[in-house]
Design a protein around this ligand. Structure first.
Ligand SMILES: O=C(O)CCC(=O)C(=O)O
Ligand SMILES: [Fe+2]
Length: 322
């Protein structure tokens, strides 16, 4: 599959119109996936070995479940700061609330205007007393995301020339808690900015690659997510009804860099400045089971073997500033 491309124009200092081409993030249709296994396998393989990002449509996740969690999350994030701080993120269990500037993803930034609530299983700590609908909405959506993850891991394994169950059998305990698997569902809230904060380009989420196997991302219609392609930042524009999937570091290590954990960031988009409203997204960070050692599948030894949970803990400890 050739990457579709868009043409962008810019005027250089001599007044000459320059045209350049940027790769776009491909869209893969998952409808009737049993009938279209070969096409889907190939399209995912191409996407992960080039841009590292792919939109999925007809993925089988009920939009109502997504909307329910967006709504429950909004109810939580709009509570007063002192209430939200009553559920501080737990370093061992990776669950709870993180306020703005507490997690910094980009080495050079000191200010990232973002809040989040993380959970790792149905029995994690939830804000039940302030936002009782949050637990059910999260668990319902997590079930669907877990199912989609298993399907994707099967396609990916085949694309890599492995047994269909090679990856899924190393992800048996997705969203069953950190004692078994570090997968995390994170509800993200980028509060509406005011005063000096509100300028295009303000850092919402610093440049980073994700840490695990894959990340499944649901975004609202605001936009602001950008993906690094060569030296250019490409907008990962929200497409209604799709799930955006990107590769994480562990999958890049496993595949000796054949698949790429593409760097991405969130900046304040123009639309937000006009609308002056918050942005929301939901990320499902998929991690191999605890104890799984990730070493080059091709035997090249390109990356040092690393254990799933230790790598996650290392990356999290580098980002948290409290
Ligand atoms: O909010 C988004 O669109 C992306 C967030 C992200 O990249 C992350 O939390 O790792
Ligand atoms: Fe990310």
């Amino acid at each position: 599959m050739r990457l579709s491309a868009s043409h962008y124009y810019t005027v250089c200092s001599q007044g000459i119109l320059i045209q350049f081409v940027m790769p776009e993030i491909p869209v893969v249709d998952l409808s009737n996936m049993d009938l279209h296994k070969d096409r889907i396998t190939n399209e995912l393989d191409k996407a992960f070995s080039t841009v590292g990002f792919v939109y999925l449509k007809n993925h089988g996740i009920d939009q109502e479940k997504v909307d329910n969690l967006f709504k429950a999350s909004r109810n939580f994030f709009q509570l007063p700061e002192n209430v939200k701080k009553g559920y501080p993120r737990d370093r061992e269990n990776f669950d709870g609330y993180t306020g703005r500037d507490q997690e910094i993803l980009e080495d050079s930034s000191s200010h990232e205007v973002r809040e989040s609530y993380d959970v790792t299983s149905a029995t994690s700590r939830y804000p039940d007393d302030s936002t009782p609908e949050f637990r059910l909405a999260t668990c319902e959506l997590a079930k669907s995301l877990r199912q989609l993850t298993t399907n994707l891991l099967k396609f990916m394994a085949v694309g890599l020339g492995l047994d269909e169950d090679y990856l899924s059998s190393r992800h048996r305990y997705v969203f069953d808690g950190v004692d078994k698997n570090g997968t995390m569902l994170r509800s993200l809230y980028y509060p509406s900015l005011t005063g000096d904060d509100i300028q295009p380009g303000v850092v919402r989420c610093g440049e980073h690659s994700d840490y695990g196997t894959i990340t499944l991302l649901l975004q609202d219609d605001m936009g602001g997510l950008e993906v690094l392609s060569g030296k250019e930042w490409v907008a990962a524009t929200p497409i209604a009804g799709t799930v955006l999937v990107n590769l994480g570091d562990l999958m890049q290590f496993w595949t000796s860099d054949r698949y790429v954990a593409t760097v991405h960031r969130v900046r304040v988009p123009e639309l937000e400045i006009q609308r002056r409203s918050a942005r929301q997204s939901i990320a499902f960070f998929v991690q191999p089971d605890n104890g799984v050692v990730i070493s080059s599948l091709d035997g090249s030894g390109k990356h040092q073997p690393v254990e799933s949970l230790s790598y996650l803990k290392l990356r999290l400890s580098e980002a948290y500033k409290y």
